[in-house]
Ligand binder design. Sequence first.
Ligand code: ATP
Ligand code: MG
Length: 563
Amino acid sequence: MRLSKYSVSTRKELPKEAEIPSHQVMLRAGLIRQHAAGVYSILPMGWKILRNIMKLVREEMDAIGCYEFFLPAISPRELWVKSGRWETFGNDMFRLKDRKGREMCLAPTHEEVFTEIAANNIHSYRGMPQMWYQIQTKFRDEVRPRSGVLRVRQFLMKDAYSFDADPKGLDESYRLQREAYLKIFKRTGLEVKVVKASSGSMGGRDCEEFMVLSDSGDDEIVNCSSCGYAANQEVAESRVEKVSKGQSDLKKVHTPEKRTIDEVSQFLGVEASKLIKSLIYVCNEGNVFVLVRGDHQVDEGKLAAVIGECRPAEPSEVKELTGAGIGYVSPIGIDNITIIADPCLEGTSGLVAGANEDNYHFTGVDINRDLKIDRFTLLRAVQPGQQCIQCGKLLKVSRAIEVGHIFKLGTRYSEALGANFLDENGSSKPIIMGSYGIGIERIMACAVETYFNDSSMVWPREITPFLVEILPLNMTHKQSADIASNLYNTLNQEGISVLLDDRDDRAGVKFKDADLFGSPIYVVIGERNLKEGCVELRVRDRDSIEKVEVDSIESRVLEAIGK
Ligand code: ATP
Ligand code: MG
């Protein structure tokens, strides 16, 4: 590409609408353009990157014998009613009607459609294993589209599905996909952590997510560097340390204006771990008291897995239910309400809890005696420094971006859609399925999060829009312009992606833009070096800068590329 003939310009200033580095860089470099919340155009340089990503994803899928399909983005309501997801997808699903009033959706994922195809095509155990995939546009009306293309409402996904006759077959298909994913992420230059995850509305048994560590991520992951335990916060466990038992008679004490855990703990001279944090959530079934230890936090992902979609109660709702303001409430003495508690509270006593009266708390609370807990279930967020569930060593907690997610689905979709096969004994059974997704734009955004440093980008070689950028620093200097143009032509003939900055701009401008475009190799053509018959070769991903004679620049570039 000749920059003089390309009309998408870079942006000098920091885009105000972008909070995270990848979003800023992609806007400034002219890779993407936003039209509405979570709706973006991908511009030519961005599209080159996405095409590179899709190319290598295809190569790795093809290499494990996965066949490529192309399914429609629109799908009929009936399919989703059968699986139950017409309901459960809720507002995340874009819905529409055709001219005859038939309801359809813009598919947020394709389990249903692929399962229908399997139902029509796989009839016997002899036809399996099968693995199918596609790269298609998905539509999700996300609650909070943000962070550039990390969370958008229309995005490209590679989604693959496996079909097996028995659980062992599923394990093998899952293993093949998992290995292929690790190769894909290695080739895209991303360092991923594979973590245990929650299957959410997808259903099924095990699932794992592929995570890129980044402060810009929406997810939190917990990991142990000692034994390798790694899990999404939504399912992460830590060892239960119970607080010791204490004073046992229930007493109401005056705690004027002391609402927060810190205030109450300081005022009463009691450690935060001996307080009960009582929160009220509103879910479809009504109000639920959610209890964790005072020094712990409720993880809303874990909570949603137990009580479904929910929200914290408003102060007025809290008052109506308990008679007290936030900070003074607990389920003690409140009838007919569901109470769930974190296992760290099981069997403990000598605790402090709200007395359901403003400015008062109870001391001497005994969990077994004073409360009727409906269920003890994991609700706390694992905090750094807590002990690993497997080995007891200290856990780390980091922010991360999910780039891929693989599921052992089992028979949920095949049963719902009647995808059955005949086994060796001639009896009919539901096909055992797996589902495997990768976000194409998210890979691009994660690469920027990883490889943009000190105001310059260096793209990983397999996905870079251009391997080489040629920078003639003064286009009015004929010799510079000629050398640049010749090198551009010969490298193009070699099939190498090259960007030539042949604009009549100052060197400073060219370098600034080049650092946004992020080619791993620069050839800088300047008058001073040319006086010695040289140009400068910068192999940026190897931190190498050297002067190279004009005659050997082409071969040295090829060498740097490994051709
Ligand atoms: P998240 O938890 O981030 O919403 P998800 O669990 O809903 O992701 P999956 O349904 O497993 O995602 O989709 C597979 C992959 O598609 C994800 O790993 C991610 O890379 C990508 N993806 C999902 N939602 C979006 C989105 N709104 N924008 C961009 N990519 C997405
Ligand atoms: Mg999602």
